[in-house]
Write a protein that binds this ligand. Structure first.
Ligand code: NAP
Length: 264
């Protein structure tokens, strides 16, 4: 199923779940930056919440806010019984510790899935696994290759695929070209998250039955967004960029929000 169609169907189902709850789920977004990319992501999150009839509130602070004051604001939201989900938009100003902030969010409200004790799956890997499941991908015993080992995508992705009983190989910038070619050739699933425009291309051999999930978002010389894979590789399924994993990540956040509200 096309990603846009899948997301629209899931949102409709979420809206029905929201309508059946005693009160609308409430998401709070804390922002402490003046980053235009963050503004765009937040607009998307507010729009998604509205579409499923959930409430969303943006608390925007000046980037000069002290770490202690920001932690105090998080604590206030943690204790507000009217709030189901709390996310802190990254990046944070350099004088504020990302680790401290991530650990300060109450695990039961951590719908981004960043807290060490969170019960929520992080949004990008969750969005990908849910979509692959809906697309009929058979995880058990599949050879999955994750390109990239960042804390935000590569590592949690590998962990979730292990949980789904895939044989997982994580490749990174120190992997030799020869080894990359070997693992890619044997892969049933390739998740590429390295931030290199068109890195996966015709120089590799793919299984015709392979699924390629393209997480990369790169601005091309044409001013447009492109993935880490060139479009049209000879495989069974390849997610597009734009209109691919970005949409799945956004969907996973509102899925987590509805789960948080149900736990209430
Ligand atoms: P990151 O923190 O920069 O990590 C990049 C990873 O790729 C690193 O582990 C790095 O290896 C590896 N790498 C770099 N060059 C490589 C190469 N030539 N061969 C193999 N591995 C290589 O990036 P990130 O935050 O994970 O994001 C990756 C991409 O996904 C970016 O384009 C980002 O914009 C995008 N993204 C999209 C979404 C979405 O929702 N669609 C969400 C998050 C991120 P080392 O560890 O050895 O340095």
């Amino acid at each position: 199923m096309e990603i846009k169609e899948y997301v629209a169907l899931r949102k409709e189902a979420l809206k029905q779940q929201v309508r059946a709850l005693p009160r609308a789920p409430h998401l709070v977004i804390i922002q402490a930056n003046d980053n235009p990319a963050s503004d765009a992501y937040i607009r998307g999150k507010l729009k998604d919440s509205a579409e499923i009839e959930a409430r969303a509130t943006l608390l925007k602070f000046d980037p000069s806010i002290s770490e202690d004051d920001l932690l105090a604001e998080i604590e206030k939201v943690n204790h507000d019984p009217d709030v189901d989900g709390l996310i802190v938009q990254l990046p944070l100003p350099s004088h504020i510790s990302e680790e401290k902030v991530k650990s300060a969010v109450a695990p039961e409200k951590d719908v981004d899935g960043f807290h060490p004790l969170t019960t929520f799956d992080p949004c990008t890997p969750k969005g990908i696994v849910d979509y692959l499941t809906a697309s009929g991908f058979s995880f058990q015993g599949a050879n999955a290759v994750v390109l990239g080992r960042s804390n935000i995508v590569g590592k949690p992705m590998a962990k979730m695929l292990l949980k789904k009983n895939c044989n997982v190989t994580v490749l990174h910038s120190k992997t030799t070209e020869e080894d990359k070619a070997f693992y890619i050739h044997h892969a049933d699933l390739i998740v590429v998250a390295i931030g290199r425009l068109g890195f996966l291309d015709g120089r590799y051999d793919y299984k015709p039955s392979a699924y390629i999930v393209d997480v990369g978002i790169n601005r091309g010389e044409d001013g447009k967004l492109h993935g880490d894979a060139v479009p049209g590789l000879p495989v069974t399924l390849q997610t597009p960029v734009p209109g691919g994993v970005g949409l799945l990540t956004r969907l996973a956040l509102i899925e987590n929000l509805v789960i948080a509200a149900k736990h209430e």
